[in-house]
Ligand binder design. Structure first.
Ligand SMILES: C[S@@+](CC[C@H](N)C(=O)[O-])C[C@H]1O[C@@H](n2cnc3c(N)ncnc32)[C@H](O)[C@@H]1O
Length: 373
């Protein structure tokens, strides 16, 4: 399929670009097709009990737990350990987890941005996710059809199948603002963007001179179609030509871009599988100085794995910067529950860096080892 865009969209068109079921882009909400209208009507009829509250509907859409969504039929699609979350096969005693794997950077970096629309944020670029969704709702992404599942279930979270990486969640912006305000230093650090989605946190660390940056997301499609393109989009490639006669200076610049990108590595898979991959396959795994993570504590069933991930992968003197909503309606997680969980384990201590009390209340936490030596 040829679907190339070579322009930037500066405003947030994403809210206006709605991929309806036939996959066509609709630019104005008022022009949404009648099929889409009836879909909305059905959605209204199926309201989750939490939606009867006064909260804005867009927030409720985000957090609805998909307890009744059937597990994926894809060969390598995951079923999480989240208890009571889906219809597990009765014979399936041990739920399957999304196996972790590393995603290589394609040799031809320009291909990564083919058929993507780039949007601008202050100091950052990112691909328009509606366009990605539209393309992959028409085509089959190998092993994952999370877009059609997310569309048909009207949810940004399908436990153990799709964990929400196809949008930029609010707390990412809180952490980005904090980085600037607190002058967070990335230079020379080994950084992990855990549950990265768009990867904007890791990209900021990359731009801030981090020594090595790893990006992890649950879903392969998110890594290949969103995170990786975003990293490439934020690396200036304009001057690159495949011209054998290009002057040496230019060749040197090209290899510099490639060298820079070599600092970034990309992984998909469930957290415990990711830990296994890192700890078993690396000869001598060097732990992270900084783990950045936004909107990853919505599901209390994942707390144990998340805690274990910090324990396995964070260096003794390192810190986690975590951003979260106070509470995730419909899923049950939130800051206080997570802090309580961490306190009970008595390995880490948490410090509140900031409370953002506009709209839905949000927190920025720092997590460090209680006994670093
Ligand atoms: C709500 S999204 C947030 C994405 C991004 N950090 C942001 O703020 O825009 C949660 C992310 O956490 C990751 N995640 C959640 N639970 C996970 C699990 N059990 N194993 C691996 N990744 C998980 C998913 O990859 C997903 O992208």
């Amino acid at each position: 399929m040829i679907f190339q865009f070579n322009f930037n969209i500066e405003d947030h068109v994403e809210n206006e670009l709605t991929p309806p079921e036939d996959g066509a882009l609709t630019l104005s909400p008022s022009k949404v097709s009648s099929a889409s209208e009836s879909q909305k009507q059905k959605q209204k009829e199926r309201k989750h009990p939490m939606e009867q509250s006064d909260l804005p509907s867009e927030h409720l859409w985000e957090y609805r737990a998909m307890g009744n969504v059937a597990p994926s039929q894809d060969a390598d699609s995951p079923i999480s350990t989240a208890k009571g979350s889906r219809n597990l096969d009765p014979d399936e005693k041990q739920p399957r987890l999304a196996v972790a794997k590393e995603h290589a950077l394609p040799e031809d970096l320009k291909k990564v941005l083919e058929n993507k629309v780039i949007e601008l944020l202050p100091g950052l670029q990112h691909v328009n996710i509606s366009v990605v969704k539209t393309i992959w709702s028409r085509e089959n992404f190998p092993g994952e059809n999370i877009i059609s599942k997310s569309l048909s279930s009207h949810s940004d979270l399908i436990t153990g199948v799709y964990e929400g990486g196809l949008k930029i969640w609010e707390c990412t912006f809180d952490l980005l603002t904090y980085f600037t305000k607190a002058k967070v230093k990335f230079a020379g650090k080994k950084v992990l963007d855990l549950g990265c989605g768009s990867g904007l946190l890791g990209i900021t660390a990359f731009k801030g001179g981090a020594k090595e940056i790893h990006f992890q997301d649950y879903n392969s499609l998110v890594i290949d179609e969103v995170t990786l393109p975003n990293v490439v989009a934020n690396c200036s490639l304009e001057d690159e030509e495949n011209d054998a006669d290009e002057p040496d200076v230019k060749k040197c610049r090209k290899s510099k871009v490639a060298q820079e990108l070599c600092k970034c590595r990309f992984f998909s898979g469930e957290w415990s599988e990711f830990c296994k991959l890192m700890l078993n396959s690396e000869n001598l795994f060097v732990k992270y100085d900084l783990i950045l993570t936004s909107e990853t504590i919505y599901n209390p069933d994942y707390y144990s794995t998340l805690h274990q991930t910090f324990l396995s992968l964070l260096s003794k003197g390192g810190r986690v910067l975590l951003a979260s909503k106070a509470h995730y309606f419909g899923v049950g997680g939130g800051v206080h529950l997570f802090q309580k969980f961490v306190e009970e384990k008595d390995i880490f201590e948490t410090k509140t860096l900031e409370i953002i009390d506009e709209g839905l209340k949000r927190f920025l936490l720092e997590i460090t080892f209680k006994y670093p030596s």
